[in-house]
Design a protein. Sequence first.
Lengths: 898, 120
Amino acid sequence: MNSIILLIILTIYLAILFYIAHWAEKNGNSKWTNNPYVYTLSLAVYCTAWTYYGSIGVAADSGLTYLPVYLGPIIIAPSWILILKKIIRISRVNKISSIADFISLRYGNSRFLGAIVTVICLTGIIPYISLQLKAIAETFHIVTKTSMTSLIFDDTTTYVAIALALFASYYGTRYVDASEKRKGIVTAVAMESVLKLVFFVLIGVYVTFFVFDGFDDIYQKASVLENFKEKNTIGGLPQAINWFLLCILSMFAIFLLPRQFQVSVIENNREKHINTAVWLFPLYLLLFNIFVYPIAWGGNILFDGQEINSDAYSLLIPQLFNNKILTVLVFLGGFSAAISMIVVSSIGLSTMVTNNILIPYNLLGKLKSADTISSKSILNSRKIGIFLLIILSYFIYRYFGLDYNLVSIGMIAFVVISQLAPAFFGALFWRRGSRLGAIYSILMGFIVCLFTLLIPYSVGITNSESTFVSNGYFNIELLKPFQLFGLDYLDPIPHALFWSLLFNSVIYFSVSVSFKGNYRERNYAEMFVDINKYITNHENAFIWKGTAYRNDIEKVLTRFLGEERTKRAMNIFNVKYNVDKDIELADARLIKFSENLLTGHIGTASARILISSVVKEEKITLPEVLKILEESKENIIINKKLTETSNELKVITAKLQEANTSLMVKDQQKDEFLDTVTHELRTPITAIRAASEILHDDDEIPEELKKQFLQNIISESDRLNRLIDKILDLEKFETGKQTIHPTPHNLVETIEKSIEPLQQLIKNKNITIHIESKSKVNAFYDEDRIVQVVTNLLSNAIKFCPETDGLITIQIKEKNNFIHTFVQDNGKGIHSEDFEVIFDKFYQSTNQNIKKPVGSGLGLAICKQIMEYHKGKIWAEPSVKGACIVFTLPKNKNTESS
Amino acid sequence: MKKILIVDDEPNIVMSLEYTFKKNNFEVFIARDGQEALDIVKSNFPDVIILDVMMPMVDGYATLEQIRKDTNLAHTKVIFLSAKNKASDIEKGMTLGADAYLTKPFSIKKVVDQVLELLN
């Protein structure tokens, strides 16, 4: 293909990407840019040109070894819900903008540590970026069938590098606050992740199903090739250990690579996006890996015996069949993979370089002395940083051969970055981890890396004559770089990882345990490890003693944030902690708050130095810090307990209120009860008194009338007595003093027994009484009591029956384990709103001065008590004509209440 | 002959009152609740009404309210005779326009004296 055409295609492609970035930057909050899928796809920046071309190369040359790089992240992804969430929270509250910031803040704002981490990252990543450029260049030449040129200006990659450098430095530094989100870049990267996957799957399908006849076909043909079996079996324990170590390596990489930290932590908008990433990201990796194998072995079959770089199979195969479109698409996929890595990595690195090396070590002096600094100078330094990093990588690519295949350089970067692992994960989970431990462990790990990996490989790059690889350093057998201390069954990469991490972690733990960190480290250790406790008020967890004036601090802030933002920030602070704005002295919370504000701009270490320069801090001893932390912990616990207690109190108060209301109701009921009782008692007394008075005073009273008055006195006395009996009865039931003695009885007989004494009344009123029932219905009850109930119900029914054609119907029905007895009359009935209250003692209709026409008003209340004692019920039922009262009795002894 | 209306739902109490007032030369009317009382006063214009408070259907207070609305009964004296003896009950009765409030149990003599006093 003509290189001009390809160049035009490339330009259009880049223009589209830049446009997407531009659009996303403007629409940062739209659902198209701010969703879990964009987040997850941006994580796929993990898949670089190395994945795109390199894994095919590895699969073709050495079989399954390409897999661990993806297995590691897939295995560890579920843990993101805990670990990544924690990292994101810590970074968010502390305004952390890079992994160097993260580590240096945890170990007490250590400037030196931040610088070391930055150097480690640079060492690992710059060659890696170069490699991406190299991949672009090589594949460009493969597609255009041209050869590499020695002239810079003829090299397309030059222009690509410049374009990328401009793009990254423009969109990567839109905000001075490096912890701000870069929506444009992230969306572009997510877009590229889609494209690279689609194009890769496309070529995979093409090779598998169009060039060959499916997976089986490839397998059949490949299995006759040389070394097929050796390459595709895991050969014994040493190989398994190699695999295991490579998996560990890639697990670390997914957390620690600056570009991964950038997209997964710094650019994370919502914690809950992780929930999607946890399943979608592994799925993405799996999809990517399905076709690696068919393409690799398809290539091996097609190019068997030819000297060809297997990394390029995905381009060479469509080219072999003259499929230009597919070739270009594959090229664009690889190009996408490369540039997203370059852009994201360079942004991350540049932030680190400016915030952790340039500003704290050089610019800071100038920043402190300068009267006015525009935040532009910081931005510019970052822009230049990004630009220079890419250009530097470009020159490394141009002037060092980088003869290793894509995978090895990538792997070396992984191993170098892994040296941060003990300090990084220690920061998350171990309070004792100290600054010295972190510094020495990273340095030691790096030195081991240097000897086991970097020196031998760079010697390889420069092609200088050397025998130390085979003979060991200083000709000492035990110091062979690839077989250190005689460990001879590991491949160079796992070998280097094993030894470097071993030394690294041992030093981290032993130094941390032996030398306690200072109070600042211990303070941050607490804040990192227990982030969930401090998430909402982490400024409170910061311990600081000394004198500081708000004025001084505000001045520093104003220089970096500008007047308006400083004012706004101060307002937020005042409101959040309820601080009077006229107060002169600053407290620990304001110090931490201000450090946070600056951190995004200039990194943690510099923020600390700047703030320290205007405040007078007193040293606090470690025991003091521990004590304060302990206290604050206790406070938090006490707070929690207080909240719990106050919640409990609320519940109890509510209950009390409820009880109080019901008591008040009961009290009122009691008053009404007493009122009614006295009224009921006074009525017969009144009648007795009046009659007696007449008999006493009046001698002329006719004999007949005299007898009548005396009869009245007798009946009213009886009434009085009955009333007292009932009140006492009810009192016994209500206080539980009453006992009943249930035994099996025939209910029909009992009812007949109850009707007997009422016969006279029934006859007088000409009432028909009707029992609908079997002749024998067995139930379990205290007969005397049930007679009392039935008598009461019947007396009421008799009273309510009309003067003519009175009819009382008694129905007995069995339902489940209960006998239901219905007593129905044809009187005026009961209002449905009174269905429940008629069973209250001395029920009065809604108007308390209206008397109900039934005797004492205690009858139904007593009936209710009796029924409850029998585990039965009594209630009024709606009825077409007259009143209908139903009561239930258990059939036998063990029936439970229904 | 003065007319008296006795309103009470307790027949035995009514009987004593009826006997006594008849003996004292009153024309006696009897009602068992407020509704009956209101029916009677429409045509009979009693000089005195003895009124119970707690009765079925229409209570004593409501009955008095109705009576006081009727200008034909402007000169009718009303005496409450009730077992409700709390100050608030008496107060209520008096504000509604009763001429006296006697509590149960009562001395018949006192009731008669009270009636005669009101009529003079």
